[in-house]
Design a protein around this ligand. Sequence first.
Ligand code: ADP
Ligand code: ADP
Length: 239
Amino acid sequence: KGTIKVEGVSKVYPNGVVGLDNINLDIEAGEFVVIVGLSGAGKSTLLRAINRLHDVTDGHILIDGEDITKASGKELRMLRRNIAMIFQNYNLVKRSTVARNVLSGRVGYYPTWQSTLGLFTKEDQDRAVKSLERVNLLDKYYTKARDLSGGQQQRVGIARALMQEPAVFLADEPVSGLDPKTTKVVMDDLKRLNEEDGLTIVANLHSMELAMDYATRIVGLKAGKLVYDKPIAEVQASD
Ligand code: ADP
Ligand code: ADP
């Protein structure tokens, strides 16, 4: 569980900008794929297509054999549950506690009225505790998100994503703006999820150096095209 098949995917934005140009990519369960490329290369556009935050113009994306580009309604919701995502700007509710932010990862599992009232099951509260333990932040349970450092906020983002119990974990520039030491903590968290839980990880990074430290495979995008795709063992320092 956790395979991603990208077949001939193109994305043209309404203003005519080509975000992706005929991308083909076959990702096995348990890979740690890092996508590198300059700003504007199409990295975010690809991740957003994989969990269908936006539609593609052409092609198909299969998650464990199911076409997410064609899914709708209940089927789409079920597919999306398998795909967690973290963001460059963390996307936390800053005035809420860490606990609330993490529990919000389960909101889609409840009727709206129930999640609005914050009535989470005991099981989900236990899940939140476990998720925070995975990123070593259980001691921040009652802290407001705005009182955390950037690295801590991103780790809360990871804990929230884990609430979905995903098979695929997407990370869109997860460490941009973080210092090298904090970057390592966040990337090590992702690495652990990959190695211990077998999650398929696809992360966008600017830095080839960082990619080489963590990826099992590196994919390069340039102007919307896939220009590089190698398992880590074949990557040369000069690439
Ligand atoms: P990054 O380079 O960090 O991925 P951007 O600054 O390119 O982020 O994009 C920020 C937001 O603006 C995104 O939501 C993106 O979809 C949107 N965006 C980027 N480029 C354009 C554009 N040419 N026209 C309209 N929206 C854009
Ligand atoms: P990256 O993540 O590699 O920085 P993006 O996927 O954000 O690149 O952007 C790829 C191209 O698509 C860029 O030219 C960007 O300006 C454009 N783009 C991104 N989002 C939008 C948008 N919402 N509307 C129009 N163009 C966009």
